[in-house]
Write a protein that binds this ligand. Structure first.
Ligand code: HEC
Ligand code: HEC
Length: 439
């Protein structure tokens, strides 16, 4: 996982006690008031996606529920050897996807497919998840990686046991669900809330779209090339476009159903949706769900097996490489039933790529509410003070439930949480600590 500098310069902790040994202190950096997790979409977007929202009535997003989900999503204790979290493969800086062709699990094994983005997972009306749609709901899906023998390696029972082991979850469950009962059902609900909160709506595309009546109009904030690419994206193939919006549609840029887009002539190793059930459903062999292509610039490599590393390669596939798979979508066939050849010029191909890059939303990749809340600091002595206590200048720290030999330590604030404290304290000295990095 990337070490990422967090701007916490103003956060200085004073621990009014002495210590013999200090190593690092891990802590959860959560705000006193939870972040807002129900994002306010612009009108054009909210109206357009209202009927493809898969949020179930019994699991609406709450700020405390999504906060719990955020901690679970980033918690490496949820893999059997405590090395991998959900975020190891769904990395914020990579559009909540994985830049590796195949993801790597807790024991070094590789996943069968490329890591999908979880961005805009909320907007898929069929409410099925994974490239082959084998999970029926997001609530079902989120428990599967935890139990996957390559990804995180827990048993169903170990999931709630691992969570219950960590002292910080007690309060987070009370906040989210009213009491501290830790169950797999609640874990799945909280994770699903957090994932549904991750929505992209602050791209260059959104700025342009907000001031026109429909996406086919030219956007005044776009270059000519971007407007040309937009037109190719939205125009159906028989009218000279690329037909892309036919399968990557709505303002969330999601598909409506699994499709075969002709990347192979036959399916041998990965049967996609058709291979999930027994017997095999021949008419769905080689079809795959595609997650949102918002932020596609950040989520390389592309396709279920990560075969393309650039958007140029993707466009060239649609331009000249579509193969006659038996289940190839009708949208990608010509009048004779053969794979279409778009025969775009270089300028048209470049325009299509330029348009896709207007969907990049760097706020998704950086916003703190979706970022790793686990932080580490190195404490260092700065002097001596006689009273015991632990103080934080903006009170993000505290409520230390695990301090060893803590008889002489008094906690002044009660807002945050110290993890794995590895120091021994006695009254009479002071610590001054500056927070350096979050993982
Ligand atoms: C070792 C890497 C790895 C870890 C850890 C991991 N995932 Fe994934 N995730 C993947 C891969 C690979 C896929 C696609 C797998 C497939 O389709 O067969 C995926 C797919 C998904 C999807 C489906 C998205 C969609 O649109 O259908 C969601 C949601 C998701 N993961 C959430 C999670 C959550 C929540 C966790 C932690 C509990 C997690 N993942 C842990 C690699 C990982
Ligand atoms: C018939 C439906 C269909 C059409 C039309 C279509 N796509 Fe796709 N697209 C898919 C499917 C399905 C996938 C995933 C296929 C896979 O991984 O096996 C995909 C994958 C992609 C990806 C990679 C997504 C990822 O997360 O890896 C990009 C980018 C993309 N398409 C762009 C385009 C562009 C640009 C066009 C127009 C030139 C287009 N698509 C037309 C169905 C379609």
């Amino acid at each position: 996982m990337n070490l990422r500098k967090l701007a916490l310069g103003s956060v200085i902790f004073f621990l009014f006690v002495a210590s013999k040994t200090i190593t690092t202190v891990d802590f959860l950096n959560l705000p006193v008031t939870p972040f807002e997790y129900n994002v306010s979409l612009p009108n054009f977007y909210a109206n357009n996606v209202a009927n493809i929202d898969n949020s179930p009535a019994n699991n609406p997003i709450t700020n405390n529920g999504a906060t719990l989900g955020r901690v679970l999503f980033y918690d490496k204790n949820l893999s059997i050897n405590r090395t991998v979290s959900c975020a190891s493969c769904h990395r914020q800086s990579e559009g909540f996807s994985d830049s590796r062709t195949l993801s790597i699990g807790f024991a070094g094994g590789t996943t069968d497919r490329q890591g999908m983005t979880v961005l805009n997972a909320r907007y898929y009306q069929r409410s099925r998840f994974f490239w082959d749609e084998r999970a029926d709901t997001l609530e079902d899906q989120v428990l599967q990686p935890l139990q996957d023998t390559v990804e995180m390696g827990l048993t169903a029972n170990q999931i709630s046991e691992r969570v219950a082991e960590q002292p910080y979850y007690n309060q987070l469950f009370i906040n989210a669900f009213g009491n501290n009962a830790i169950t797999n059902d609640r874990i799945s609900k909280a994770l699903a809330q957090f994932i549904r909160s991750i929505v992209s709506y602050q791209s260059k595309y959104d700025i342009g779209r907000a001031v026109v009546n429909n996406p086919n109009q030219a956007f005044s904030n776009f270059t000519n090339q971007e407007n040309q690419g937009k037109q190719l994206f939205f125009t159906p193939i028989p009218q000279g476009g690329g037909g892309c919006a036919g399968c990557h549609g709505t303002e969330a840029f999601v598909s409506t159903r699994p499709e075969n887009n002709g990347i192979d002539a036959t399916s041998t190793t990965d049967l996609g949706v058709g291979g999930v059930s027994s017997p095999i459903r021949q008419n769905l062999v080689g079809t795959f769900k595609n997650s949102s292509i918002r932020n596609i610039e950040l989520t390389a490599p592309y396709m279920h097996d990560g075969r393309f590393s650039t958007l140029e390669q993707v466009v060239e596939h649609y331009n000249s490489g579509i193969q006659a798979h038996p289940n190839l979508s009708g949208i990608l066939k010509d009048a004779n039933g053969n794979p279409v050849r778009l025969n775009f010029s270089t300028a048209q191909k470049n325009a299509l790529v330029a348009f896709m890059k207007t969907l990049t939303d760097t706020s998704v990749a950086t916003e703190v509410r979706w970022s790793n809340p686990f932080c580490q600091t190195n404490l260092s002595f700065t002097g001596t003070i006689n009273s015991g206590g632990f103080q934080s200048s903006n009170s993000i720290l505290v409520q230390a439930t695990q301090i060893q030999n803590s008889s002489s330590v008094t906690l002044i604030s009660s807002k945050a949480i110290i993890l794995n404290p590895s120091f021994e304290a006695k009254a009479g000295s002071v610590f001054k600590a500056q927070i350096g990095t979050c993982q």
